[in-house]
Design a binder for this molecule. Sequence first.
Ligand code: NAG
Ligand code: NAG
Ligand code: NAG
Length: 203
Amino acid sequence: MFLIYFLMGLVTHASALDSCPKCGNMEVPYPLSTGDNCGDPRYGIYCKDGALEFLSAKGFYYKILSINPSAYKLVIEPPKIEKNTCYSSDLGFEGLRLDENLPFNISTHNTVMLFNCSDNVLQSPMNCSSTSFCRQFEEEEQEGSGCKGTLCCHFLKDASITQYMIRVRVGGCTAYTCVLDMKPGDPIDAWNYGIELQWVPPN
Ligand SMILES: *[C@@H]1O[C@H](CO)[C@@H](O)[C@H](O)[C@H]1NC(C)=O
Ligand SMILES: *[C@@H]1O[C@H](CO)[C@@H](O)[C@H](O)[C@H]1NC(C)=O
Ligand SMILES: *[C@@H]1O[C@H](CO)[C@@H](O)[C@H](O)[C@H]1NC(C)=O
């Protein structure tokens, strides 16, 4: 009897440690999980039509661009700014909001740019000057053209602010984008668009 329990324990344990099958041409490294029978269910992501997606707490799906399992990091695609507007496609979902009970957070390598902000955001610690990186995005990227002339700002997503959301809303800022590992002086065509998330390694 004990032996049976022991063996069953081994089997469930072993299958819980399996990594999930590839999704399209992307590996799904452990502990990320696209299904009930692989990975660790706390690290759930989605495989839809051969592409990996990350689901926010509010129900918006973000495309996963890359995964670095040894650094416990993945990069999701910033939502598109809808054509001829200054609205991010996740505006109705309050922007990117992570479930604080899940083991993911927003890393400190993200430079966030916010667009079409109302004056009251000026009080927060952001760079909203005429030399902010966001001006370059508005002026030089087609996607930012709908935001031209609006109040915009950038900030580094560091540990002094919440690591669980990038908030947009009507009456605050209505669009955003994000660049990884940005260095002052980088030309705009070298910007690496993405939002880097980090996960707590399973113990
Ligand atoms: C705002 O950011 C730009 C670009 O990095 C920088 O040149 C400028 O000094 C910053 N301004 C303030 C007030 O921090
Ligand atoms: C900017 O945001 C306001 C609401 O905060 C909205 O009414 C306006 O349409 C937005 N502008 C653009 C260009 O999307
Ligand atoms: C996110 O989680 C990782 C792993 O637990 C932690 O090391 C890191 O400090 C967290 N990031 C922030 C910005 O708090």
